[in-house]
Design a binder for this molecule. Structure first.
Ligand code: NAD
Length: 462
């Protein structure tokens, strides 16, 4: 008897009815006091998800896209209010990007070999419940984007979000579960705890039912996950240099670099964090940054004050991360014009404001004597993160040389850094770029296991 969609739906409903999922507090879908309870609920939800037709997963994802768009402004405002970082306008754009360009089930594909000895398939199957650790710099964007990909792959997910962004992350987790319930799916496709801590993170990492952990954040968390004994996807820190050579359209390079650097106050890990330019174009580049792109040139004295404020006691001052240029300048007693977007200065690559991943619109410009020197300095500044780098050049030999030398997951040519996320560039969107472990830009297929299904001596009808 052929199996109809109605029959599959009935089976799914039956499985759901038999399950007693520990109820989350009313109005807070997917939020639990205890990490073990959260994982248990996600495990039960995954039993439903894995029996669903792909079409049903896609229905939930479509509903998630709709909810993200409806709530983009709320999420953006909440993120800025809770973390004190970034700006509402750009965060709204980031949410629309997640809604429009995060891949769904179409990313789950099959490889087939068919011949005289039969038919062999590689099918992408779910891991089960995935553990995910998320940053405060793109809190809801990462939670939403991770869940869409993980669900498309047939998984559910337990989050340990950054404690400084817990309210925003929980709001996003609520939306995800509402979307699932409204589309006929289970509650708890994404779960978390009311108070995420390092302890809850450790419980999650050691839990017997978690087989894959996706860590998005700085070097500490990626190292912790890669030491957990579980398979880890490590999306770590960057310090992306933008190289400008003598063949570049300098006026456009200045505009692209400032646009990329100032997007969401420089929070994205892919954003331009410093510039390395060949000596012959440095003055022209800075001229366009200052005259056409609302940059502020910091004097030596102002740079010193910025170092004292931004890197107080040699440590990155969290109160400065994700702040706009005008606020940063006011912190050192400078009243800059209202339209100031970015603080620039020329300095050596060892300058603390250049060598450190600041995540704020301060852009140091390093002078190189020629192209090879520029490549060498840019590679040094990327610190072996293998994360992101950018280049402005019309010379394909130079671009190729740089690409090979810097060896990053992302290399944007002749555009702002955010085009790597599909914003003004081709390709899909993600907020988890697996730089350390090499998966690169993650999508649904990243969160699946490859399985070989073999039928011998039949089903080849060629
Ligand atoms: P962070 O490293 O302070 O925190 C990230 C997450 O890891 C948080 O949830 C935090 O609670 C947790 N964490 C930190 N140390 C941990 C440990 N030892 N064990 C378990 N959990 C731990 O980073 P952040 O300030 O939230 O975000 C900014 C950093 O993340 C930057 O370095 C940025 O480049 C990076 N980042 C990378 C990507 C990427 O896709 N590669 C995306 C966004 C941010």
């Amino acid at each position: 008897m052929p199996i109809s969609e109605n029959m599959v739906q009935e089976i799914v409903q039956e499985v759901m009815a038999k399950m007693q999922i520990a109820d989350a507090p009313a109005g807070k879908h997917g939020v639990f006091k205890d990490m073990n309870d959260a994982i248990e609920a996600a495990k039960k939800a995954q039993l439903v998800v894995k029996t669903m037709p792909m079409d049903q997963r896609e229905k939930i994802i479509t509903c998630i896209r709709k909810k993200i768009k409806e709530n983009a402004e709320v999420l953006a405002r909440m993120g800025v209010e809770e973390t004190g970082m970034g700006n509402v306008g750009d965060k709204i754009l980031k949410h629309h990007l997640v809604a429009d360009k995060t891949p769904g089930t179409e990313d789950i594909t099959t490889t087939a070999w068919s011949g005289d000895r039969g038919l062999t398939l590689i099918e992408m199957g779910p891991f089960g419940v995935i553990g995910a650790i998320t940053p405060c710099t793109n809190p809801s964007e990462t939670v939403l984007c991770n869940t869409m990909g993980m669900l498309a792959g047939g998984n559910t997910v337990v989050f340990n979000p950054h404690p400084a962004a817990v309210k925003t992350s929980i709001y996003a987790i609520n939306l995800l579960n509402e979307a699932s319930l409204e589309s006929g799916g289970p509650d708890n496709i994404a779960v978390t705890v009311e108070k995420p801590t390092l302890e809850t993170s450790n419980i999650m990492m050691k839990h017997k039912d978690i087989h894959l952990i996706a860590a998005t954040g700085g070097p500490g968390v990626v190292t912790a996950v890669l030491s957990s004994g579980k398979r880890g996807i490590g999306a770590g820190a960057g310090n992306p240099p933008a190289l400008v050579d003598a063949t570049a359209d300098i006026r456009k390079a200045a505009q692209d670099i400032v646009n990329g650097c100032t997007f969401d106050n420089n929070l994205p890990c892919i954003a331009e964090k410093e510039v390395v330019a060949v000596s012959s174009v440095v003055d022209e580049l800075m001229h366009y940054m200052l005259t056409e792109n609302d940059c502020y040139l910091a004097s030596k004295e102002e740079q010193d004050k910025l170092v004292e404020t931004v890197l107080a006691g040699g440590k990155l001052n969290r109160k400065c991360v994700g702040r706009d240029a005008k606020t940063l300048l006011s912190m050192i007693g400078v009243q800059a014009p209202a339209n100031t977007r970015c603080i620039i200065f020329e300095g050596p690559k060892e300058h603390p404001l250049i060598t450190t991943e600041l995540m704020m619109p301060i852009l140091g410009i390093v002078r190189a004597k020629d192209f090879d020197d520029a490549v060498e300095q840019a590679v040094w500044l990327e610190h072996g993160n293998r994360h992101s780098a950018h280049i402005h050049s019309k010379n394909i030999d130079n671009i190729t040389k740089y690409a090979k030398a810097i060896d990053t997951a992302i290399l944007v040519k002749n555009g702002p850094s955010y085009s790597a996320l599909g914003f003004g560039g081709e390709g899909f969107c993600t907020f988890t770029i697996a730089s350390r472990t090499g998966e690169g830009l993650t999508s649904a297929s990243t969160f699946t296991k490859r399985r070989r299904c073999v039928m011998t001596d039949s089903l080849c009808i060629r």
